[in-house]
Design a protein around this ligand. Structure first.
Ligand code: DX5
Ligand code: ZN
Length: 220
């Protein structure tokens, strides 16, 4: 059993004060910092890219968990690794060859993960589980913060945890989308151990209280 890790999504931070906002989240007790990269093609939104990761790297000590919602992750892995990404997750539905992209990340000594959109079945990533550190289940359609958690994703989390156990793998299962103190316990009970949360944390005036409430709910 892993300890629960909290990964605030900077998609909901104050972009005009990103460094200070992220440092505040670090002081508040966050475990990872989740960086949502969108290309306006794989998802119908544009967010931030390599230069932001590079600027954030010296601003916080937290591991940078970079979530690539882009069509061709392989073409940008080197740049994100050079910029200071500690973990890179990319979508199984993207155009890049998963095993090659995973190897590219791990050759640099960094952690790699695969992400599944809501319509993608767990089985799609089963062959890759021994090659990755993290599998991430989208619990909303990727592209925007502040959406409602999809409880229909819970069986997928269960199936991934079961398969990881069957294969004897110490795999992190991360959930992304609509996570708050009400939905976190459902995801954790299904087998998740890393919780991404954007609006549920950055919308609160008291970050430490928000991180503590989410962790307490998840661990209950
Ligand atoms: C959605 C992003 C999420 C998003 C989560 O495409 O991948 O990381 O920021 O935001 P909330 O927690 O508000 O659903
Ligand atoms: Zn994300």
């Amino acid at each position: 059993d892993f300890p629960i890790l909290i990964a605030p999504s900077i998609l909901s931070c104050d972009f005009a004060a990103m460094g200070e906002d992220c440092r505040a989240m670090e002081r508040a007790g966050a475990d990872w910092l989740h960086v949502d990269v969108m290309d306006g093609h794989f998802v119908p939104n544009i967010s931030i890219g390599v230069p932001v990761v590079k600027s954030l790297r010296p601003a916080v000590k937290l591991p940078l968990d970079v979530h690539l919602m882009i069509s061709k992750p392989l073409d940008y892995l080197g740049a994100f690794l050079d910029a200071g990404a500690d973990l890179i997750t990319f979508h199984i539905e993207s155009e890049s060859e998963p095993a090659l992209a995973i190897a590219t990340i791990r050759k640099r000594g960094k952690r790699a993960g695969l992400v599944l959109k809501p319509a993608t079945p767990a089985e799609r990533v089963f062959p890759f589980l021994p090659l990755i550190d993290v599998v991430m289940v989208m619990t909303v359609e990727p592209g925007f913060g502040g959406q409602k958690f999809m409880p229909g994703m819970l069986p997928k989390i269960e199936a991934l945890r079961e398969e990881a156990q069957r294969q004897g793998l110490p795999l992190h299962i991360e959930v992304d989308g609509g996570i708050d103190p009400a939905t976190a316990p459902l995801a954790v009970r299904a087998g998740a151990d890393v919780l991404v949360a954007g609006s549920a944390l950055f919308s609160k005036p008291d970050y430490a209280g928000a991180v503590r409430d989410l962790r307490a709910a998840a661990e209950a």
